[in-house]
Design a binder for this molecule. Structure first.
Ligand code: NIG
Ligand code: FE
Length: 411
């Protein structure tokens, strides 16, 4: 099936296949074509260019998108989208004065979600998660990473990852999965945390890797959660099974998570709300993608990742949602892009680059996603009629998406 999109007001983020990520001052550049066409063949972008050069070929369908823009779909490289139930109760507790940490210490937080998930059947978990996935697809996300980490027991971790793999099979969206057994310590390991790390490395990981349920491995490296030493142990164990690391780091404190991640060539370090000069320096000497999660900062009222500092130091930056029931009950990448511009002083060009090509890099899919490139997946957003793409972050509460195309399927 060949479809031509014609009279595109502006076709955004056109890139050569060799571009895998964008860093520093280059983030300010968003290559585009005005008054353009785009042709897709099944699920692949086959051609694009200026309307005046449109080839005279036979297509099955022509869609006139006059006044509308096209950009690659969002690449959300950090989510916990498979979870059971919600935590509105804790949300209200926080409004009434408790901190995220105090709630976690009371047995709430991740352990609360783990209990719910352990009690939920695979079928029910799939249904709840599919609803969230459909919602983010309509909001323009075309590739998403989904972590485990609310199981904290072999059977429940497997249940989460099985659901994520099943979603990948049933929906036209690319899904990468990450094993996050080291998300929190179950109550019964409170006094013997290293025994839980052993369980993650020696029991859970081998089974999950053998069943091919995970593409990456993650650890919540944070004061009160997993130490730098424990994180290193888990990263090395993951490496043995060919799983590259994506590390939760520097959300509340800077304890050396970035250093251990860069030392072992992690793919990304995510959160980075608290970033020291030494952390910045470690990132500068590595190929690790820094990932910022602005809706988490918004929801928890914690500092935002210092994006200006990171970008002005010549580094790349990716934006993701962190969709999860505790710190970010939203999978809306449009809101993430807007918040990055409004609260982190990223320009619209920087934010769109960070949410597309750099997000793709942080999932290892920059060869197929994240830009309008011949041969890449036909995954893109068609906007409503807008005057400039700055309207996307500017109109932060409005849905400016007319329709999405995911793997060549018009949504
Ligand atoms: O990325 N920081 C650790 N994990 C999640 C929050 C998990 C939860 O509160 O359920 C995050 O913010
Ligand atoms: Fe997270």
């Amino acid at each position: 099936m060949k479809i031509a999109f014609t009279n595109i007001k502006e076709l955004l983020q056109i890139r050569d296949i060799s571009v895998k990520k964008v860093a520093g001052a280059d983030l300010k550049i968003l290559p585009s074509l005005k008054n353009a066409f785009l042709i897709i063949e099944n699920d692949i972008i086959s051609d694009f260019g200026l309307m005046q050069d449109i080839p005279n070929l036979k297509v099955d369908k022509t869609i006139d998108v006059s006044g509308k823009m096209i950009l690659p779909s969002w690449c959300d490289s950090h989510t916990h989208l498979v979870y059971a139930g919600n935590r509105e109760g804790e949300f209200v507790d926080r409004i009434n004065g408790l901190s995220y940490e105090e709630i976690a210490n009371k047995g709430g937080g991740i352990l609360n979600s783990a209990k719910k998930l352990q009690e939920t059947s695979l079928e029910d978990l799939y249904k709840q998660s599919a609803e969230r996935l459909e919602e983010i697809m309509a909001l323009g996300t075309g590739a998403v990473e989904i972590k485990s980490g609310y199981g904290l027991r072999l059977d429940a971790e497997i249940k989460m990852l099985t659901v994520a793999r099943k979603l990948a099979k049933n929906y036209p969206i690319t899904i990468k999965t990450t094993f996050l057994g080291a998300h929190a310590f179950p109550k019964e390991f409170k006094e013997n945390k290293d025994a839980y790390v052993d369980l993650v490395c020696n029991t859970m990981l081998p089974k999950i890797a053998k069943a091919n349920l995970a593409d990456f491995i993650d650890v919540f490296c944070e004061t009160g959660y997993f130490s730098v030493e424990q994180t290193e142990k888990i990263i090395l164990a993951g490496k043995k099974y060919g799983l590259q690391a994506k590390i939760h780091s520097n959300q509340f404190t800077s304890i050396g998570g970035i250093q251990v991640a860069t030392k072992h060539d992690a793919l990304s370090v995510d959160h980075l709300e608290i970033l020291t000069d030494m952390d910045l320096e470690s990132l500068q000497n590595s190929s690790v993608m820094p990932v910022s999660l602005p809706s988490c900062s918004y929801f928890l009222s914690i500092p935002y990742t210092p994006a200006r500092k990171i970008i002005d130091a010549g580094l790349p930056l990716a934006l993701a949602t962190d969709y999860n029931p505790g710190s970010t009950p939203s999978g809306n990448m449009n809101f993430v892009v807007a918040t990055a511009c409004i609260k982190m002083r990223m320009t619209p060009e920087e934010a769109i680059n960070a949410a597309t090509i750099n997000g793709a890099y942080a999932m290892h899919i920059a060869d197929t996603h994240g830009s309008i490139t011949k041969g890449k997946k036909a995954n893109f957003i068609v906007t409503k009629k807008i005057n400039s793409y700055a309207k996307i972050p500017y109109a932060f509460g409005s849905n400016l998406i007319d329709f999405v195309v995911l793997d060549g399927e018009i949504g």
